[in-house]
Design a protein around this ligand. Sequence first.
Ligand SMILES: CC(C)(COP(=O)(O)OP(=O)(O)OC[C@H]1O[C@@H](n2cnc3c(N)ncnc32)[C@H](O)[C@@H]1OP(=O)(O)O)[C@@H](O)C(=O)NCCC(=O)NCCS
Length: 339
Amino acid sequence: MNADEVPQLPGMTEFAARAKARWRAIDSLLPDPVAGNDAGPGGQDAHCGANLAVGAGGNLEAFGTCRHIEPDPAGIDLSWGMARRFELAPRVVGPAPAAALDRLISLWRHHLADVPGSDEDDTAAVISWPSRDIEGVAALQRHGLRPLAVVAVRAARRAAEAATAAGGARGHGRQAGPVRVRQAGPHDVDAVIRFGTEVVRFDAHFSGTPERAGTAAALRHEAARLLGEQPWTWLAERDGKPVGVIATQQPAHATWIAPLTRLSPVAYTVLGYVTPDERSSGVGAALAAHLHATVDPAGVAATLLHYEQLNPYASPFWSRQGYRPLWTTWEARPARSLR
Ligand SMILES: CC(C)(COP(=O)(O)OP(=O)(O)OC[C@H]1O[C@@H](n2cnc3c(N)ncnc32)[C@H](O)[C@@H]1OP(=O)(O)O)[C@@H](O)C(=O)NCCC(=O)NCCS
């Protein structure tokens, strides 16, 4: 079965309606849990498609489809995670969602135990779980999964309300000194690659992702795409020297991640970086302000980005800029270390 097809199990229609109601109650920015949303980021080259279910018929309590993913060795996605990913997108319903998730992950563990290579170093068992679905957290931990990355969202409408409530004040008021922020163009490709390389290295402290031979070439490709026509990429410069960047995919290029929220259209910030000597002086905030001053009038409803849960710079910074967790990615590495 194609991993994106809706399985026609008995009781699936009622289950899907209950799962949808549950997500709507948990977080108004989540999408409805239907086929297609299961794919999530990095959903290319998926195979397997094993359906796992807890309960049956009218008592279906949990459901998920396993997907085996091997990112393109030449693509940037490989720089952010393991080379073989076994992903499950669990859907659970009441009255005991935590217990249902627990049993679903146990089924998945048995499934993975029979998959050749799932014990190799460069593998991960991956579950993307709604960050605000706190009822599942204990079960995820019990199975040896660790929360590594977060997909954060900034809803334009919410940000506008917050700005009005704050009397129109933007940011935290500190000036970035003689640092100038300007829109980047194709000639800035080297600076964007350099900062992209720094972010990959920096994030490796928290993600544990091994260095990839193809990162430099993949970043060159990504940077060229980002810096095409009318790029949503800004550089901060001091005395003409780049000291920071923010780079965002416009909605036409962010369709791969758009299914993660019900808001539309969606933009996706690929890079946020400020050189160590310039941090904590408002440069990052100035870059984010330029981005938001562009995406909001352009009608972008939600801007998404990833950060590593353990990165001590990222979550407080993005939170100040109006972002909050939407999805948390839980991983067990190697995949067969799932308990
Ligand atoms: C995340 C990052 C881009 C933020 O850039 P930055 O220029 O340091 O951001 P800002 O200066 O606008 O804000 C960050 C800090 O300055 C503080 N700050 C800035 N202006 C302030 C003000 N007027 N009053 C109080 N605090 C202020 C912020 O509170 C924050 O806290 P800190 O001082 O304890 O560090 C930068 O830290 C970075 O590049 N980190 C490494 C790479 C990374 O983590 N990238 C993000 C991956 S998703």
